[in-house]
Design a protein around this ligand. Structure first.
Ligand SMILES: *Cc1c(COP(=O)(O)O)cnc(C)c1O
Length: 408
């Protein structure tokens, strides 16, 4: 971290040193604070598109980059910068660049770092829109992707060629919670002189820090757990200065920048991230264990369960097992829909990472754009249901899922 915002009534060098040495829980609340001339205790929102200069010479110096300071909010904004500094510190990254959405973050990584002829190796079970960007759009510009089985490390290696520049994965995967060994894939990527990008949306840095395991770049949809209350779209890319410089220049030039208001929401979100993630993880584990015992449930996918193939790896790589679980009911698509429709508390929505629990039928919604064959390959069966476990009372959630079971 280069500078924890040095506002005059706020930050001394001693204070920066104290925060650098502090626990992640403290950093999530205190780092990257932005305080205006009034000495606000709650971060100021700099709702401005541009910034004024003292003199014409001053303006020229800032445009030339000879003088630090803000110019225009597509380039930098103090509220956005505070969010970037805080999340970079939490991920253990040198730098972060915030974007307007998670997809803007992911697409910016691809477009800033790749050129025609380059190749990506990507796990098959990634966010649907990421697959669409690779399949439908990057292919138009001569960038090819090969999709591999996330936990088959021989496939990762076999898919690489001389043009491979990036490896890309999500762990735990959505919706089946496959756990991918980040260190192993980082090793394969580096042997092939490529970078590893990890989408850390499902865990957040409170649960998993991919850079510690060798990842070069971490991307987030801040829309999910970082906000935590489903209020705003946002994304962020974290990593080393070298690559982040390219990504920053790309975002500045093309414009998928984060708004100051959304940055303020995410700063607030980060302040409760650790506590929320602990609660999401605890409730999801309890519900997974409960569902696992239900006669009407065929199989539960959650790495916190000891029978899950990724359990040991997740125990090493993560500080909890996350808040999302999925399960197959005994029955067909109609039965799965009846289950979902019978819930009264849980919201039927594709969003996740919210204080409100959500439930969805992946095969006909989030993964509907895959072909039947692709869904079969990925295990997205018609009797699969995904739940993002929120922060409501655990007992109430059990009662609600019991309504679903009764409707089967
Ligand atoms: C939601 C999501 C995204 C995309 O984020 P947006 O903020 O919706 O653009 C990317 N990756 C994962 C894993 C997600 O869940």
């Amino acid at each position: 971290m280069t500078s924890l915002n040095k506002q005059k009534n706020m930050v001394s060098d001693e204070r920066i040193a104290a925060l650098l040495a502090a626990d992640q829980q403290t950093q999530a609340i205190r780092a990257g604070h932005v305080s205006g001339p009034e000495g606000e205790h709650s971060a100021a929102i700099y709702a401005t598109s541009s910034f004024v200069f003292e003199t014409a010479q001053d303006a020229a110096a800032r445009f030339a980059g000879d003088q630090v300071g803000n110019v225009y909010s597509r380039y930098t904004n103090p509220t956005v910068r505070a969010f970037e500094e805080r999340i970079a510190l939490l991920e253990g990254a040198e730098k972060a660049v915030a974007t307007a959405s998670g997809m803007a973050a992911i697409t910016s990584v691809f477009l800033a770092l790749l050129k025609a002829g380059d190749h990506i190796v990507c796990s098959r079970s990634i966010f649907g829109a990421t697959t669409a960007v690779l399949d439908r759009y990057l292919s138009k510009y001569g960038i090819q992707a090969t999709f591999v089985e996330a936990t088959n490390y021989k496939e990762w290696q076999a898919a690489a060629n001389n043009n491979t520049r990036l490896f890309f994965l999500e762990t735990p995967s959505n919706p089946l919670a496959d756990i991918v060994d980040i260190a192993k894939v980082a090793d394969i990527a580096h042997k092939n002189k490529a970078l590893l990008v990890v989408d850390n949306c499902f865990c957040t840095p409170a649960v998993q820090q991919p850079i510690k395991f060798g990842a070069d770049i971490v991307v987030h949809s801040a829309t999910k757990y970082i906000d935590g209350q489903g209020r705003a779209l946002g994304g962020v890319v974290c990593g080393a200065k070298e690559q982040l410089g390219d990504i920053l220049r790309f975002v500045r030039a093309t414009g998928p920048s984060m708004s100051p208001f959304n940055a303020w929401i995410f700063l607030k979100g980060l302040e409760t991230l650790q506590l929320r993630m602990q609660a999401h993880c605890a409730s999801a584990l309890a519900l997974a264990q409960w569902l696992d015992k239900q006669e009407a449930v065929e199989k539960v996918f959650y790495a916190g369960l000891e029978h899950h193939p990724g359990h040991d790896l997740a125990s090493k790589q993560q500080k909890g097992f996350g808040g999302v679980l999925s399960f197959r009911i005994k029955g067909d698509k109609e039965a799965a829909w009846r289950f979902i429709d019978a819930t009264r508390v849980i919201s039927i929505t594709a969003n996740l990472g919210d204080a409100k629990s959500t439930i969805i039928h992946p095969a006909t919604t989030t993964h509907a754009s895959l072909s039947v064959e692709q869904r079969q390959q990925s295990g997205i069966s018609d009797n699969l249901i995904r739940v993002s476990v929120g922060l409501e009372s655990l007992e109430d959630l059990k009662v609600d899922l019991q309504r679903g079971i009764a409707a089967l």
